[in-house]
Design a protein around this ligand. Structure first.
Ligand code: ASP
Ligand code: MG
Length: 419
């Protein structure tokens, strides 16, 4: 039993769908394979914008229409028969989405409404994929992952109710998988009262891992537009190296530092059941890719990770006392309440500095909460560079010409925050 996860880029147009079906046919087989799919192309970003317009009582018709057209255009290429049932399902989903947007209950939290709306991207993609694979004689059952992946109500970053989820998956899915494929959505979960949750941006990898874990899969595959897990993002670096094999531990750390190739939560469930994760290219499916597993290597090529849009905050106690554990407790509490994650921190006698992702709304709230007790300075628009398994050469290459605001190194990891 295997799990395949296909991200937005692997379903961004009609050719991408054709390529995906080929991969399933050639590498996946016709049973014992569960396919998790993300929203098509940049749909999630588009739906975020539509939602924002609706939430702020602006006209969202054009923005919604654009997303609608994008989907229809691809569907028309894939399904020439205009009476194909996919058209009716698409229409149904889009009218439901419109209804949701027109009837936002402003009593509810922004994040809750976001989940009810933005989740349509995955529903659309999975319905289209379900029908397209059928058309290619790849018999499959469409399942609603919200009925299986059970979560709490931490909107936009829902926590998994593991026991419940595992029970539901084990109850229904193995029997289906013995007969045919399953197509389902990444990114989505459901609460016990039937509301939709999402697992965090780029969370479809995590969804794949949840299914793989609960089904005791033999392997999970993430199909991407790169050749595997690389030591740097090819968008920023030229001479990248692919890791043929790498440990769960190394991968988790890279994801933690901001390597965007795999969602950070993906590895733990797989590692717990020793399920290998393959990262492969959907452009070169025969290529070796990367195998992430329980292995150890003495020396790995340095990994370069860039996290942009960072904010560096420094806190000084107003009464000129030293930064105490009590002060730190206050700061950490506020950060945790606002779900602002610390990417790096450093303290000195009278000041405590942290680097977090910039989120204007949350940042302003943080300042409001803490400005009575601390003098707070901050810089936005910064970049955090991390080198894992660094050497002198990799550091020299990275720091050259940079205006460094903060530097930190451990035995394995070197980090700088720069303008
Ligand atoms: N579609 C969602 C996103 O863009 C989830 C994912 O792609 O994994 O964040
Ligand atoms: Mg995506």
């Amino acid at each position: 039993m295997k799990v395949y996860k296909f991200g937005g880029a692997s379903v961004k147009n009609a050719d991408a769908f054709r390529n995906l079906a080929n991969i399933v046919q050639t590498h996946g087989g016709t049973t014992r394979l569960l396919i998790v799919v993300s929203a098509m192309g940049k749909t999630t970003n588009a739906l975020e914008q539509v939602f924002d317009l609706a939430y702020t009582h602006q006209n969202f018709d054009d923005a919604l229409q654009q997303s609608c057209q994008y989907h229809y255009q691809i569907v028309q290429e894939l399904f020439p028969a205009t009476d194909h049932p996919v058209y009716e399902e698409l229409e149904h989903l889009f009218s439901k989405l419109k209804y949701t947007l027109q009837n936002l209950n402003h009593q509810a939290a922004y994040d809750q409404l976001y989940d009810q709306t933005v989740s349509f991207g995955e529903l659309l993609a999975s319905v289209i994929l379900h029908h397209y694979l059928q058309l290619q004689h790849l018999a499959n059952t469409w399942i609603d992952s919200r009925k299986y992946i059970q979560t709490d109500t931490t909107w936009r970053e829902a926590k998994i109710e593991w026991e419940w989820t595992e029970r539901l998956i084990k109850r229904d899915l193995p029997a289906i998988l013995n007969e045919q494929l399953i197509v389902t959505q990444g990114f989505l979960g459901g609460t016990n009262n039937g509301l939709t949750t999402t697992l965090g941006r780029e969370g479809s990898d995590f969804s794949g891992a949840i299914f793989a874990y609960c089904l005791h899969a033999d392997a999970m595959y993430i199909w991407k537009d790169v050749d595997g897990l690389l030591n740097a993002d090819p968008k920023h670096f030229t001479d990248t190296v692919r890791y043929a094999e790498i440990s769960y531990q190394e991968t988790v750390e890279m994801a933690y530092y901001g390597a965007s190739v795999i969602h950070p939560k993906t590895i733990k469930p797989l590692a717990n059941r020793l399920i290998p994760l393959y990262v492969k290219s959907f452009l070169n499916p025969a290529g070796e890719g990367t195998r992430i597993c329980d292995c150890k290597y003495q020396k790995l090529a340095p990994a370069y990770i860039i996290k942009q849009n960072q904010c560096l905050l420094s806190f000084n106690a107003k009464d000129f006392t030293f930064i105490s554990e009590k002060n730190l407790g206050t700061i950490f509490n506020a950060l945790s309440e606002l779900r602002l994650k610390i990417n790096l921190m450093q303290n000195s006698a009278i000041s405590f500095s942290i680097c977090t992702d910039c989120n204007d709304q949350r940042l302003q709230k943080l300042l409001q909460t803490l400005q009575d007790q601390f003098i707070i300075h901050y810089n936005t628009g910064l970049t955090l560079y991390t080198i894992k398994n660094y050497d002198t050469e990799s550091i020299n290459k990275t720091v050259a010409g940079k205006d460094i605001l903060l530097e930190q190194r451990t035995r394995t990891t070197y980090q700088i925050v720069c303008k």
